[in-house]
Design a protein. Structure first.
Length: 317
């Protein structure tokens, strides 16, 4: 019997990372999920994601790029495909984003990482970019977080070329689906609906690109499969594109009201003068079929709010 391909994924506790792991597991790949924190570091929805992968794939905790443990892990386990998904995301929308820390984690360890991947026989690397990256350098002012992502990609791309290691890139839109972080817009909207409280929405005119997270994970599967055949890709998927205010109206109507049968919360729209103006799209795509996403999220919210039980403290040990 032919052995299934082996993929390693960093930042597996993240929202997108979890669903990427799920997609590969369901296709029979051998998945190694890498976590920067220790077992006890994860709380809330991140802990739920860790638990859902338990026993279904190999999970490795305390694997960090900046202390050399990630390079050592690569040499010891020889993944065929490497999904480079980790990056510091705390305060990612802020001008005071910790740029120096992102460089220490994202760029300084790259030479050792890429060398380890090349020497261990890795077939290719998939890098997770962001839809907020401009299509051309100098196209517009970008957030410090985005600038750091772009710098990591430039370094990663150059190093992979030096080591003759195929590399692909996926520009991630804003992912939507079950198990989102509690602080994100949709969980906040549902929480306000249940509490009969107002939802304050900042920068309602900002244009965003929304994409179902499970569909996004399938793109990773396609790109990784192509790398096994030495075919590289740069993919910029796009889904529902519109303003924050339009998106809130859509989610309120289709998920909160129609799927969850909850009263729609009062929406308070506010603008921030300090915010970065992001590019308005002249071509607004409307990915219309969101019913499957709302159904899955409704089931997840119903379980969370009606059957919530504390997770035993020793359930991850």
């Amino acid at each position: 019997m032919t052995e299934k391909p082996h993929i390693a994924l960093t930042a597996a506790s993240s929202f997108t990372g979890y669903w990427i792991a799920e997609a590969f597991l369901r296709k029979g790949w051998r998945v190694s999920a890498l976590y920067s924190g220790s077992v006890s570091d994860y709380r809330g929805v991140r802990k739920q994601r860790v638990l859902r992968l338990r026993g279904r794939c190999k999970q490795y905790f305390g694997i960090r790029a900046e202390n050399g443990s990630m390079s050592k892990w690569i040499i010891a386990h020889s993944p065929q495909i490497w999904i480079h998904h980790h990056h510091i995301t705390k305060d990612l929308w802020a001008q005071n984003y910790n740029f120096s820390s992102s460089i220490a984690v994202g760029i300084a360890p790259l030479p050792a990482l890429i060398r380890s991947l090349a020497e261990s026989g890795c077939a290719g690397v998939v890098y997770s970019g962001s839809y907020l990256e401009p299509k051309q350098r100098g196209e517009r002012k970008v957030l410090p977080y985005i600038r750091s992502k772009m710098m990591v990609w430039e370094c990663l791309h150059r190093l992979c070329g030096e080591f003759d290691l195929p590399v692909s890139k996926i520009f991630i839109p804003n992912p939507v689906g079950p198990l989102e972080n509690e602080s994100r817009l949709i969980p906040s909207l549902v929480s306000c609906a249940r509490k009969h409280s107002d939802l304050k929405v900042m920068n309602p005119k900002t244009v965003i690109d929304q994409y179902p997270v499970k569909d996004l994970a399938q793109i990773y599967l396609r790109v990784a499969s192509a790398l096994l055949q030495k075919n590289t890709m740069v993919v910029r998927p796009s889904g529902w594109v519109g303003s924050v205010a339009e998106w809130v109206e859509k989610v309120s109507r289709e998920l909160v009201s129609e799927e969850l049968n909850l009263p729609r919360p009062e929406i308070v729209l506010r603008s921030s003068r300090a915010s970065i103006k992001r590019r308005r799209s002249s071509r607004r795509q409307k990915l219309s079929n969101w019913s499957h996403v709302w159904s899955e999220m409704a089931l997840d919210f119903a379980k969370e709010f009606s059957e919530r039980k504390p997770i035993p403290k020793d359930s991850l040990t």
